[in-house]
Design a protein around this ligand. Structure first.
Ligand code: NAD
Length: 281
């Protein structure tokens, strides 16, 4: 019998994560024995300083890989032996493949957003886009936006230093002027084809929207990264106006699709994983 694929998720407060079900059900459908364990730092009463021990333990116990989430996506990097070019560029890792004594860090978050967007709005105009939020998700989403072909991305964050840091990194990788820090929100949105929310606003714990509803208009597309809940106030408001929208579920599913492929070597059925994710409510 082939050895099961053994994967863990390291992060804080991850008891409600859908990743175990998403990965294991796809494994079962593929005829791959696949075990996905939560390694919840909150439950273990540990912090990110436990990462070196946890990585060593995972290797010794025969884990094939780890997903990494908040607050460890950057903290894990010093303990890895290799980084994919994307993880290197983003300075953040959400997927670690453990193989032959190597610990190879990847970032599938940006791919998740890009793939969800491509499938959700394949013909969206991408000349000018405004992104709110330049934290961990924001850095990955901005990388995805420029990879998708956004000509000029304006990044707005309540912490302008964060917006500047993401914009600088993008300009170095994609060319000067492709990403700028937004200082006049209203003018930037008025000139935009679409907006992306990469702030936590819209979650139950962070109600509200990153921009006033009065700035939305029917010809503006709206993409969301929040996926708890799947329908945020921003999406509800935009849909009521007739805007085209993409919810945060695509990013969550397609980062898992790519991680599954990296971990197992088997290409998962992305649409089946998406249906399964949607069925989880
Ligand atoms: P983070 O705390 O690292 O970054 C959030 C950023 O938003 C910060 O820089 C903050 O200053 C900024 N911000 C907050 N309010 C703002 C406002 N009104 N206007 C402009 N900027 C504002 O958080 P994160 O890890 O980047 O996560 C952000 C959200 O993305 C969370 O809700 C998380 O659940 C979601 N997320 C979704 C996926 C997915 O797969 N769909 C993946 C990762 C994160």
């Amino acid at each position: 019998m082939p050895k099961p694929v053994l994967i863990g998720l390291i992060g804080t407060g991850i008891q409600a994560s859908r990743s175990p079900a998403l990965h294991m059900q796809e494994g079962a459908a593929q005829g791959v024995s696949y075990i996905y364990k939560l390694i919840d730092l909150t439950e273990l009463r540990l912090g990110a300083e436990a990462l070196p021990d946890l990585l060593t333990a995972a290797e010794r116990l025969g884990f094939d890989g780890l997903n990494i989430t908040h607050p460890c996506k950057q903290a894990v990097i010093p303990y890895l032996t290799e980084l994919s070019p994307d993880a290197q560029a983003l300075g953040a890792v959400n997927t670690v493949v453990l193989r032959d004594g190597k610990r190879i860090g990847h970032n599938t978050d940006w791919f998740g957003f890009a793939e969800g967007f491509r499938r959700g709005m394949p013909d969206a105009r991408l000349d000018r886009v405004v992104q709110f939020g330049a934290g961990g998700a924001g850095a990955a989403v901005a990388h995805a936006a420029l990879t998708l072909g956004v000509a000029r991305l304006t990044i707005i964050d309540v912490d302008p230093a964060r917006a500047a840091s993401v914009a600088d990194g993008l300009s170095q990788r994609f060319g000067a002027g492709r990403a700028i820090v937004g200082t006049d929100r209203d003018a930037a949105v008025a000139a935009a084809d679409g907006i992306i929310n990469a702030t936590p606003l819209g979650m139950d714990a962070h109600p509200g929207m990153a921009l006033p509803a009065s700035l939305l208009r029917p010809d503006l597309w709206v993409a969301e990264v929040v996926y708890f809940p799947l329908e945020t106030e921003l999406l509800r408001t935009a849909r009521a106006l007739g805007c085209r929208t993409v919810d945060g579920g695509g990013m969550a599913v397609f980062q898992a699709v790519e991680a599954f492929r990296l971990f197992s070597g088997v290409t998962p059925d992305a649409e089946r994983m998406r249906r399964h994710f949607a069925s989880m409510g």
